[in-house]
Design a protein around this ligand. Structure first.
Ligand code: CA
Length: 250
């Protein structure tokens, strides 16, 4: 796994590199936002560790520009932030980041999070022999990491014709939807979703789940305020509901 570390404080960057290299990850370091975008193109990393405050373009801008590129293989992006920096925005993950850590963090914690990303991307491969999940409204191609949605086409709604939209999901949103679609109807509490997506060694705030659910709903629900697919189960958590693909009206 290729990792790009974007951090202007040399000691922190070197420490991260030291710990991740020991785990066998292939690390590259750069120290400012513009260089990060150039190096990103060359290296095509699986994971970026991206400091928020950087010379030139800051971490939020770098993250936004990478997400705009609509890549086939989107990287996981973990933001680093000091306490007091735009932490609310990052927790809300309106930035397109998949995860965040607050400085000072322990390098072991960082390693645990990176391992969780790796486990998650390996595990996603093995759940279903065809590596496709399909319901009446959604199709996930897990190997190619593509998600599609069926929408009734305006012109020929009367004839029941449908268009297929490609959904623009971040890696974490894709994994979340895969988790839901792999067990339709199952009720997940936040702890179970965290275990599934981050692993048991997650440190931090369970609200991160709600933030990701809110973002995913915005992308897949016709009316995110009254979700028809990702239902809230009051006092418990969330459940994905859709009609089986066989019953799709077409
Ligand atoms: Ca910095």
């Amino acid at each position: 796994m290729n990792i790009l570390i974007v951090e202007d404080e040399a000691e922190i960057a070197d420490l991260i590199q030291l710990y991740l290299s020991k785990e066998g990850f292939n690390c590259h370091i750069c120290r400012d936002g513009n260089t990060a975008l150039e190096r990103f193109k060359e290296i095509q990393p699986d994971l970026m560790i991206l400091d928020l405050m950087l010379p030139g373009l800051d971490g939020l801008e770098v993250c936004a520009r990478i997400r705009q590129q609509r890549l086939i293989k989107d990287p996981y992006i973990m933001m680093l932030t000091a306490k007091g920096e735009e932490i609310d925005r990052i927790i809300g993950l309106s930035t397109g980041a998949d995860d965040y850590m607050v400085k000072p963090f322990s390098p072991r914690e960082l390693v645990a999070r990176v391992r969780a990303v790796l486990r998650r991307s390996l595990r996603q491969g093995g759940q279903n022999p065809s590596n496709q999940y399909q319901t009446a409204h959604f199709t996930l191609d897990v190997d190619r990491r593509l998600a599609y949605r069926q929408v009734a086409s305006n012109k020929s709604e009367a004839e029941g014709a449908h268009n297929t939209d490609t959904l623009e999901l971040t890696p974490l949103e894709f994994d979340l939807l895969t988790t839901f679609m792999s067990y339709p109807g199952r009720v997940w509490n936040r702890t179970q979703l965290i275990e599934k997506l981050w692993g048991n060694d997650f440190f931090g705030d369970e609200r991160v789940v709600d933030a990701h659910i809110a973002r995913l709903r915005k992308k897949i629900e016709p009316d995110p305020a009254a979700p028809s697919f990702i239902k809230t189960v009051v006092g418990v958590g969330y459940r994905f509901e859709d009609v089986p693909a066989a019953d799709r009206v077409s």
